[in-house]
Design a protein around this ligand. Sequence first.
Ligand code: EPU
Length: 338
Amino acid sequence: MIRFSENHSLKQHNTFGIEARAKYFFEFTDVEDLSVFLNSNESIKEEKILVIGEGSNILFLNDFDGLVIHPNLPGIQVVKEDRQNIWLEVGAGEVWDEFVQYAVDYQLGGIENLSLIPGSVGAAPVQNIGAYGQEVGNVVEKVKGFDLSNNMLIEFSAEQCDFGYRSSIFKSKLKNSFIITSVVFRLEKFPEFVLNYGQVEEKAKEKGEVNLHSVRDAVIEIRQSKLPDVKDLGNAGSFFKNPEVDIEIAEKLKNQFENIPVYPTKPGKAKLAAGWLIEKPGWKGVREGDVGVHEKQALVLVNYGYSSGQEIFDFSEKIKQSVFEKFGVELESEVNCI
Ligand code: EPU
């Protein structure tokens, strides 16, 4: 199936619920259709390109004057198996959390802590989604896709993906020049649970035995208690990254602000909790017009109704400014602002 339209509304394609339009919109369910479409439309190749999955990490500041490509490729297939692991190839268009549910149902471990993250499977490696001590990059074996610079299907090993904290080659060097079509995951038949983040262990134990189902349920419960559901309130999860700073700066801040959360990362570096840095100057729960900081998690900006992308962006800049003035720390957006 293909769908091509002009002046296409993107409201249903971004979880902030921003009313923006794309000059051209192309959706496909078969990789062949993508190459046929691009090869038969010479002029379209000149357009700016934006690839979107579920649109759960994007903020449109304006209409998009170019071609939006929405890969809607389905399917989950076993590609290899041994005593310990199973390798599954999953279409980019599958809904991430439905895939997590599938893995848990088949007793396969490695992504249960990533339950309930909004978005598509194809988007998961782009920003190396992570939560509660797991990151998708740790279970990705390969990423397959279509290289727009030469219209060829190519694949990347996990190492070539260059995964980092909320980053990968697909978000940097290959931004909008590579369309992920499927991802091969290596999951564990005998999972080792990651329980040491926040309340995960406590909540899983409350449910009886610690197993894939109880860990998934624990993560869902924690997320639902803090993070707004995109179905009820427009948002894109964490708007900012947790900033990494030199350890000397972290120590200086610790002397000034006793309770500041500091997580050493690598030698000489530490991460700070952006949520805390935003909450401290009083932003948590603040609303201006239709844009606000979520009342239970200061890292999340929400659209209460009819906010424009620009209003959300301007509001985010004010927060950045205020955090910089108070702590001398520069926040960086996690969300892709277009
Ligand atoms: N904190 C505050 N105030 C807040 C929020 C957090 O003081 O409003 C403090 C907490 O008390 C805690 C620390 O910040 O000491 C960390 O908080 P939390 O465990 O809620 O996680 P986070 O660092 O705020 C990150 C991810 C989330 C992910 C959680 C859980 C980033 C940018 N965000 O948030 O990911 O769900 O950890 O692993 O790394 C996302 O990327 O969209 C996302 C929601």
